[in-house]
Design a protein. Structure first.
Length: 254
């Protein structure tokens, strides 16, 4: 397939973690439409199958990888599957994430450790696994899904906000290390997006939060996914290095 404006990722081999739902599923479908070959990784195998089927119907070659990115081998598994299936990796989207809530005073060490492992350490492990391939071919794109709460903080979410602030710091630092080798590392820091991640929050909280947004509403996963396409596209993504893009309905204006 030729790389065109409609298929900017034709010939690219991409791994997307957390691809079974929400933002990751929307990125998977957008990448399939854009012509990429895909490894979709998630711990939820049943939902992953459905997303993979949709991506295949859009014309993409898709491998499913059932893995828990909270473990070292699980965080490496998507990259390994991509190298095995397609002979290399061009794009890594570190999107898998979880959300739990507690006041800092009540937060257990286990909740803290789980959050850091899934939302931050996995980003380091998967990126480190992908880098030798990207550096050797002098082309790579790493896109980390952070959160605006990593910038503004969130009450009852010290562990989540700390993990996501860590993702933003990791993104900038790795970008400084590898951009001269044409491996570009960037982050997306969404505001509130209607996905299963926020399903558990109370309707009152959601109504109040939507009112306080300049746009007056939560975003949709489909409104975030095109940013991940742009960051991996040429020439549109070529000048983004260590950036944190904010599809956040105006909640944070850095
Ligand atoms: N929805 C929002 O408001 C929002 C806002 C800012 C950032 N984010 C971030 O966006 C990313 C995607 O979240 P979403 O809103 O699409 O949520 P979601 O719950 O719809 O999807 C998350 C996906 O990650 C997978 N996952 C979770 N833990 C995993 C693990 N240990 N191993 C493998 N897969 C795992 C889940 O199975 C699920 O398919 C997350 O990193 C989240 O922190 C979401």
């Amino acid at each position: 397939m030729q790389r065109t404006l409609a298929t900017p990722l034709a010939g690219r081999r991409a791994v997307i973690t957390g691809a079974a739902s929400g933002i990751g599923a929307a990125i998977a479908m957008a990448y399939a439409q854009a012509g990429a070959s895909l490894v979709l990784a998630d711990r939820n195998g049943a939902a992953l199958q459905d997303v993979a089927a949709t991506c295949r119907a859009l014309g993409s070659t898709v491998h499913e990888c059932i893995a828990d990115v909270g473990t070292r081998s699980g965080a490496q598994a998507g990259v390994d599957a991509c190298v095995q299936a397609f002979g290399g990796i061009d794009i890594l989207v570190n999107n898998a994430g979880m959300l739990t809530q507690a006041k800092c005073i009540d937060l257990t060490q286990e909740m803290w450790d789980d959050m850091l492992r899934v939302d931050l350490t996995s980003v380091f492990i998967a990126s480190q696994r992908a880098l030798p391939h990207m550096l050797a071919q002098r082309w790579g794109r790493i896109i980390n899904v952070a959160s605006q709460l990593g910038i503004k903080g969130g009450a009852d979410l010290t562990h989540y906000a700390a993990a996501k602030a860590g993702v933003i710091g990791f993104t900038k630092s790795l970008a400084l290390e590898v951009s001269k080798d044409n491996v570009l590392v960037n982050a997306i820091a969404p505001g509130p997006i209607t996905t299963t991640l926020v399903d558990g929050l109370s309707p009152d909280w959601k109504t109040a939060k939507a009112k306080e947004l300049p746009l007056g509403r939560f975003g949709l996963a489909e409104e975030v996914a095109p940013i991940a396409v742009l960051l991996a596209s040429e020439p549109g993504g070529n000048l983004f290095v260590g950036q944190t893009l904010g599809p956040n309905s105006g909640d944070v204006m850095p």
